[in-house]
Design a protein. Structure first.
Length: 552
């Protein structure tokens, strides 16, 4: 054989090799993915092997592998197949416990909440009543609820209920007494006790002050934690989420994930960010863990907090709240404290992700990144979580040092009216500035901050391209210049979210050598109207070439 013919034959064998080693084929699909350059790529068949890797994407009129080389073939019936969605910022165990505890997120008034609390307490004879989801803004209360009001629903047992954003807690009189909080108790650093007559605790504890009551709440049992994880995983699978960042993994959470992995019950992929430096070092020792359980679990980063939330006025601002003169929020760490913690994590090559919502908090984190980048060079991918209210003067700084803006489109649509009240119209120019982040060269990763918001990625996708809520308001979108394109929003929930977690060589798009994580949906999301996109139904969810959920 002539050399050129040998080379040609060898190349032909190499091209055909993926099909020869393929174990499964899903054919006749409307396949769509982003390629490594961010361009839309369409295909109509996907091959993957028993190890859970994509071996080939097949295109119309391309020859299919022989049946004898395959273990099975599925006719996709023309359904749309896209990469699994990734949530760049969520709280896995909190989502699970949401399914198992009292949920007030659907209540529209204090009276409705109190009635639901009483009914739950009557039906659940537990020693403590715990729950979450209350929102005084949605109730249009104009203030925080009180312990005395909560006592109207339940007075004989302690009650502890976290606000929808997880940055404030509401306790009844019994819980406050058991926790030992009195008028003499001091506000802890980064926290605030709401007070009533004579300085007595009024019932709500903000940010760092939550621990004063939470320490008295009994810890969940291992069985309860297992159940919470499985409930969270099923919820994510139903919504087409195949991977998620877990922002604030405790040591106990990590044990749950390892337990699920050991039992073969861990299906979704978790990019874990430890709750603080000490947790990261306790788990990883001297650096990030390896990927475990076929790329389903890794602790690669550390989650820190610069401030609290806008709804509880814990977000740290450069100027007073427009609706609360004299208040500028709650800095969780002094500048040197944050810098020291980021340094400790960076020394051991952990990725650093810092929660920052207010403009002063964002400035604090950007300042720290700039200082640290002189020493810790290379591909660090510093993350700022939320980046909701940013001084326009600071926006260009997100494009430096590889900084990633990890943002949640649904926060903009649900927070819009509250943000206007908290800040006033003149301070919203750098608010939820997705398009500007991209223009400035920042990495953009999208998520939901579940369970603060619904983890539904299609609701987030629609919000990102419209700047409108599910009610279509406001007309034309809120600050529409910050909308992103359909493809940019999709990247935020796939390739951008994977990149933000150092996982772009593992998953996030469909290509040979990457994990076979994909979903079948009932419509083409690139052709659907925003209203149709929001209503997208997931039909099947596959992770690592295994179907883990199917709509009945």
């Amino acid at each position: 054989m002539k050399p050129w013919k040998f080379v040609a034959a060898l190349l032909a064998l190499l091209v055909a090799a993926p099909a020869a080693f393929a174990d499964g084929l899903i054919d006749n699909v409307n396949g769509i993915t982003l390629d490594d350059k961010g361009q839309v790529l369409r295909f109509n068949g996907i091959l993957f092997n028993r190890d859970g890797y994509v071996t080939a994407l097949l295109f119309p009129r391309q020859k299919r592998p022989k049946a004898k080389t395959l273990e099975w073939t599925i006719d996709g019936g023309g359904k749309t197949l896209i990469p699994g969605m990734i949530d760049a910022h969520g709280h896995v165990m909190d989502l699970g416990f949401q399914k198992l505890r009292l949920d007030l997120s659907d209540t529209r008034s204090l009276e409705e909440a109190l009635a639901k609390i009483k009914a739950y307490a009557d039906a659940n004879p537990t020693k403590w009543i715990t729950g979450f989801g209350w929102n005084q803004e949605r109730w249009k209360l104009g203030r925080y609820p009180t312990a005395a009001e909560l006592d109207q629903a339940v007075a004989d047992r302690p009650v502890w209920l976290e606000r929808v954003d997880g940055h404030a807690g509401w306790a009844n009189g019994r819980a406050i007494k058991l926790a030992g909080v009195t008028a003499d108790s001091k506000d802890p650093a980064g926290g605030r006790i709401e007070r009533g007559e004579g300085g007595a605790p009024a019932g709500v504890f903000v940010d760092g002050a939550m621990a004063l009551v939470a320490k008295a709440v009994p810890d969940p049992t291992p069985r309860e934690r297992n159940a919470a994880f499985l409930a969270a995983q099923e919820t994510l699978e139903k919504l087409g989420i195949t991977a998620t960042s877990d922002m604030g993994t405790s040591g106990t959470d990590w044990l749950v994930y390892r337990r699920m992995g050991d039992l073969g019950l861990l299906k979704i992929r978790i990019m874990s960010y430890a709750l603080g430096v000490d947790t990261a070092l306790a788990v990883g020792g001297q650096g990030p863990t390896p990927w475990l359980y076929a790329d389903r679990l890794r602790m690669g980063g550390i989650k820190l907090f610069a401030d609290g939330a806008l709804g509880s006025r814990g977000a740290w601002l450069k100027a007073d709240y427009a609706d609360a003169p004299g208040q500028r929020g709650l800095p969780r760490l002094a500048d040197d404290q944050l810098l020291n913690l980021m340094t400790r994590g960076a020394m051991d090559n952990f990725q650093i992700a810092v929660h920052a919502i207010g403009d002063r908090a964002n400035q604090q984190v950007l300042d720290a990144i700039e200082i640290l980048s002189d020493t810790y060079k290379g591909d660090r991918r510093w993350r700022i979580e939320h980046a909701q209210i940013v001084d326009p003067a600071d926006l260009p700084r997100f494009g430096k040092f590889g900084t990633i803006a990890s943002m949640q489109p649904v926060h903009q649509t649900s927070d819009r009216l509250m943000a206007e009240a908290r800040l006033g119209p003149d301070r919203l120019k750098g608010a939820y500035a997705w398009a500007t982040m991209l223009k400035n060269g920042a990495g953009l990763a999208f998520g939901s901050d579940y369970p603060v918001e619904s983890p539904d990625p299609f609701a987030g996708w629609a919000a990102a391209v419209t700047r409108q809520g599910p009610d279509g308001e406001p007309a034309g979108g809120w600050r529409p210049e910050e909308r992103v394109t359909r493809e940019q929003a999709w990247a935020g929930f796939t390739t951008g979210a994977a990149y933000a977690g150092f996982a772009e060589t593992k998953f996030g798009r469909l290509a040979p050598g990457l994990r076979a994580d994909f979903i079948l949906v009932d419509r083409d999301p690139l052709f659907a109207t925003p209203e149709e996109l929001r209503k997208t139904q997931v039909l099947e969810t596959w992770i690592g070439g295994e179907r883990v959920w199917q709509r009945k």
